[in-house]
Design a binder for this molecule. Structure first.
Ligand SMILES: C[S@@+](CC[C@H](N)C(=O)[O-])C[C@H]1O[C@@H](n2cnc3c(N)ncnc32)[C@H](O)[C@@H]1O
Length: 193
């Protein structure tokens, strides 16, 4: 699939979606770990439910996605709700965040291992990383079809081993019945000061 086709596929998904998506569980479950102030980034934000959540807490919120449709929908919803969110249509693999530029980075359902070192560098001292995405041990029929875009066991812990971990949870096939956390791994970790 060419890049244009890939962006087009996402544009179509964002066009057809009925709402802004869901606030990432890793954020809503760990509200107490959010910094009280500072600059936050929702990376590959989609239609931006999590960016809106962060903006509502008073953080200076930035939201980037390469889909112009997603960003347009987020801009409209933010305006309707009186929220200031600095959006950008941006390919985050080609143009990851600058070093030392954010106090919080959220990544939800987006896995590009190539840019993880840049994400760590782009956290300011004391900055917090919130990350969640799908694992390979599938319980429910959802998430990416290829294993490359799913996490191995404990992989978030390995990817962010240089950060201090405050919260980690991984729900592969350990649950007796499916929940909203099935098939997910999530981490909250911070960079030393
Ligand atoms: C599964 S969605 C997740 C959206 C949102 N983070 C959420 O949790 O609902 C993946 C998002 O990544 C975006 N995306 C994919 N590749 C990208 C890239 N290279 N740069 C920026 N955004 C990208 C897509 O447009 C899509 O919005």
């Amino acid at each position: 699939m060419s890049r244009e086709e890939y962006v087009g596929k996402w544009n179509q998904r964002h066009q057809e979606a009925s709402d802004q998506g869901e606030v990432a569980q890793v954020l809503s479950r760990n509200r107490q770990l959010l910094p009280g102030a500072g600059k936050a980034l929702d990376l590959a934000c989609g239609r931006g439910a999590s960016a809106m959540f962060m903006a509502q807490t008073g953080l200076e919120t930035h939201a980037w996605d390469f889909s112009p449709v997603a960003i347009e929908r987020l801009d409209k919803k933010a305006r309707e709700n009186g929220l200031k969110i600095k959006t950008q249509v941006r390919d985050v693999v080609k143009y990851p965040p600058d070093p030392n530029s954010f106090d919080l980075i959220l990544v939800s359902y987006f896995l590009e291992r190539r840019i993880i070192p840049q994400l760590i560098r782009s956290l300011r001292p004391g900055g917090m990383l919130f990350y969640q995405t799908f694992v390979r041990e599938v319980y429910l029929d959802r998430g990416p079809s290829t294993d490359d875009w799913r996490l191995e066991r404990n992989e978030l812990l390995r990817l962010f081993q240089d950060l201090q971990v405050h919260y980690y949870r991984e729900d592969g096939q350990v649950l007796s019945e499916p929940t909203e956390l099935s098939d997910l791994a999530m981490i909250v970790a911070s960079k030393g000061t």
